[in-house]
Design a protein around this ligand. Sequence first.
Ligand code: DMJ
Length: 634
Amino acid sequence: MLMRKVPGFVPASPWGLRLPQKFLFLLFLSGLVTLCFGALFLLPNSSRLKRLFLAPRTQQPGLEVVAEVPGQPSARVQELPPNPAPAVPAPGKDDPSSQARTRRRKGSLRRTYPTGPRQEATEPRSSGLIEAPRSQEGSIPFSFDFNAFRSRLRHPVLGTRIDESEEPQSLVRTQREKVKEMMRFAWQSYKRYAMGKNELRPLTKDGYEGSMFGSLNGATVIDSLDTLYLMELREEFQEAKAWVEENFHLNVSGEASLFEVNIRYIGGLLSAFYLTGEEVFRIKAIKLGEKLLPAFNTPTGIPKGVVNFKSGSNRSWGWSTAGSSSILAEFGSLHLEFLHLTELSGNPVFAEKVRHIRKVLRKIDKPFGLYPNFISPVSGNWMQHHVSVGGLGDSFYEYLIKSWLMSAKTDIEAKEMYYEALKALETHLLNVSPGGLTYFAEWRGGILDHKMGHLACFSGGMIALGAEDAEEEKRAHYRELAAQITKTCHESYDRSDTKLGPEAFWFNSGREAVSTQLSESYYILRPEVVESYMYLWRQTHNPVYREWGWEVVTALEKYCRTEAGFSGIQDVYSSIPSHDNKQQTFFLAETLKYLYLLFSEDNTLSLEDWVFNTEAHPLPVNHSDSVGGAGDQL
Ligand code: DMJ
């Protein structure tokens, strides 16, 4: 109906209000809106509403982040023209976290520490709040406060440095510089002949892809990032970072090892992020983590060892009890990285997956308290009663004690599981040879193989690391046990012609700490022995560990250095080396890093602030004060 204007008639509003009433109503309405909007700011940090409704507080200056989605081209992180706000600088710039400071937290006084003139590598971005990338489903309502994280560290990341011009030319400095030179040489050789491939083949001067990484490339680049950063090899670090930005694509379709991708790629990317605050590392770590999730689609939730990046199917390794088992060291070495993936993404799925594994392991019956190496991901039953501290079992034990430490000593369950497991290993696998050497044998349903793998030599360091949190009356015992095992592993090196240790060594037929066949006499640049030297050095400051570390440096130079990089050797008992033509990624990630740390100050990547994953990638201890946030899950 058409309304006609009638003279003298003041039309009512559609709601029948007159002007003063309308004014009052509008006033009330605007007050209500202001109140509601203001309330958003008062919500706790973890509130989803707040994350959803408040605009991102900080866009990274100079960075444009475009998401990587499955099956699409990789994340694009584009440097924009220089920004007045400081971008994350290259290694060597000042670090606010290293400023002299005294902080009070949870009612206790923290230590004060001085700033060295040559501090570290990254100044956190100006605001420090890091926003999540966009995903296929839209933006992930999550932010990570990098500045707050850095301010909670107890020590400057790279330790308290003394200006080189003022530091007297000491032996230890010369040793440290030598290790740095080896790293530069290993990196430059890789870059020259194999950049972007997974590993360098130094004899043939080309690259090697291997089949463990599901056609992901650049394993050496990712594994090297934090070592380059730590050693302040700035130019090399920038080369590695640029490669990740431009060439590290995740839209691959092969079959990958869940374990290897996790410890090398995800571990490497996470560390690179925590050291630098560079978004590209965080995004790629999370996206790669998502690609691993199909491995967990099993009836028990115990993941299978192999995941197909294209189809999302999974399978067990063919060699694992006729293709039917998951391996303890593999599914037991995800906990540290997966908790950090949740911490950095706000996505609880990663933490849920590893917590579930823990629950299954906690419940299941364990023969004599031991954890066998093979379990069915379908039935949840142990498949073979083979127990070892070395290959197939090793890093499961390591991740228990490190979960405890990474949680800032709140994950009591991990601590209990670790000491219970160690007790069972001591009771059933530990031996002393007639010559007085302490070693872990391998257990097969109650029968012992008196053999110790090179891989098992990490256990000296692990036991040293865990000694301080044991029951008081056991601490001295664990310190001594750690020292004895490390001594045995040193013997395995010392008894060879090259002063490098074999892949496995035996204690039988009157022979001790030597391998008995050529097929076990190789050395592939493995880190476990120097890893233990590093932990034992930090615990005891006994100079013998630096001496032993230096013996390794000398031997590597003599027998493993080639014209175009470092190579493993096929027989440690022959002083005429036969090279295996492979510079393993863990040589750059672990062996050289642990050697460098052995010749550095204790507060360089301090063990109060960091735990090393099993590929030696440092992950931060959760010093978070927050309640209700993802940080609590660490
Ligand atoms: C590394 O990849 C890791 O340390 C893993 O836990 C087993 N060993 C190799 C190096 O020897």
